[in-house]
Design a protein around this ligand. Structure first.
Ligand code: N2P
Length: 343
């Protein structure tokens, strides 16, 4: 089925825009706006076919199912998938000489363990996962640890992100294990722990967590920091905390899948995204942290000093960068599937 969908999308891309210059982009929902895409086309003459996903594994599966013939030119997976995709030979090696704007990227966000030379990935946005709750319902100081999500007062209340690694992160941390743990025994214990959380879980969501919180349809649960800022703007009763056991930090990065049909246009697109004025616009609309130092300089001081967007190093030190778990991924998927079926 996945193959069929991908072949179909290939056909759509190829048939409808065979003559005009084109670039095929696959990105997280809400990571770009039509205005930014229109600006790219107006400036370069390159038409953008834009497809989105809301779960990281969805993007990986689509690229994997086609063994590098997905038809996409640029995809924006999370840090944990980049090493896996490069090892599986699904990614084109990036020619950094073609990216004149690369120097704007914060050096602290380059050379991470998942891609030590940035041979395959260029940061798009980064962020982390914390806890969001309605402070008119729960005392502001009463929630500060992941461990508390198991308390009976949260029965049928929690929004958990529909993101396997984010959910396992919580259980692993509560059990005192590392965020990128690969030990099958620990993963089994994390699964057991999550089963105990089940009565408190109201829903899993990754598409629109900010809207759900803003509308009061969930009063407490996990949230990505950008979505938390959006929810708090619409509903000032919401409060974001970084639990003391630690936070899950991730970086969503641009990659070029193998056999990208429009390689030059992929570079033009990536270099456009790296431009400070464009990176600033992206951070403005998504409310996520920009990896682009040029963009941050263009932001009002209030934003540069917003600690939810740019937490102080002491807070980040409590975070762990989400990295590949290698072959343990299948163990994660096994327990994640069982967990979802237990509801
Ligand atoms: C929000 C996307 C957050 C991405 N729509 C988490 N890696």
């Amino acid at each position: 089925m996945k193959k069929l969908i991908a072949i179909f999308s290939l056909m759509v891309f190829n048939l409808s825009f065979s003559s005009a210059p084109v670039v095929n982009i696959y990105n997280w929902t809400d990571y770009l706006t039509p205005e930014i895409i229109t600006q790219f086309t107006a400036e370069t003459g390159i038409h953008v076919n834009y497809a989105t996903f809301s779960e990281g594994d969805e993007a990986y599966m689509k690229i994997k199912a086609n063994q590098g013939h997905s038809g996409f030119d640029v995809v924006v997976p999370s840090s944990d998938y980049i090493q896996r995709m490069s090892r599986e030979n699904l990614l084109e090696k990036i020619d950094r000489k073609k990216l004149s704007n690369l120097h704007y990227i914060n050096p602290a966000l380059l050379h991470k363990s998942f891609d030590p030379n940035n041979d395959y990935s260029i940061p798009f946005l980064w962020g982390y996962t914390g806890l969001l709750f309605d402070k008119t319902v729960y005392q502001p100081k009463s929630i500060h640890r992941w461990k508390q999500l198991w308390e009976p007062r949260f029965r049928d209340q929690l929004l958990m992100l529909n993101d396997m690694r984010d959910v396992f992160f919580v259980a692993l941390k509560v059990l005192g294990y590392p965020a990128n743990d690969t030990n099958p025994k620990h993963l089994q214990q994390a699964y057991q722990k999550l089963l105990q959380l089940w009565p408190n879980i109201k829903l899993f969501n990754a598409d629109t967590p900010s809207t759900i919180y803003a509308n009061g349809d969930a009063l407490v649960g996990q949230c990505w920091n950008g979505d938390a800022i959006k929810a708090m703007k619409r509903n000032p009763n919401m409060m974001f905390v970084l639990p003391t056991e630690g936070i899950n930090v991730w970086m969503d990065s641009m990659v070029i899948p193998k056999h990208a049909p429009h390689l030059n246009n992929a570079y033009t697109f990536i270099n456009f995204i790296l431009r400070p004025d464009i990176a600033k616009k992206i951070s403005d609309v998504t409310q996520y942290s920009s990896p682009n130092l040029g963009a941050i300089k263009l932001m009002p001081l209030s934003l540069q000093q917003n600690t939810i967007l740019y937490p102080p190093p002491s807070v980040l030190a409590r975070g762990s960068f989400r990295a590949s778990v290698g072959s343990a991924l299948s163990t994660y998927i096994h327990y994640w599937t069982r967990l979802k079926l237990s509801g």
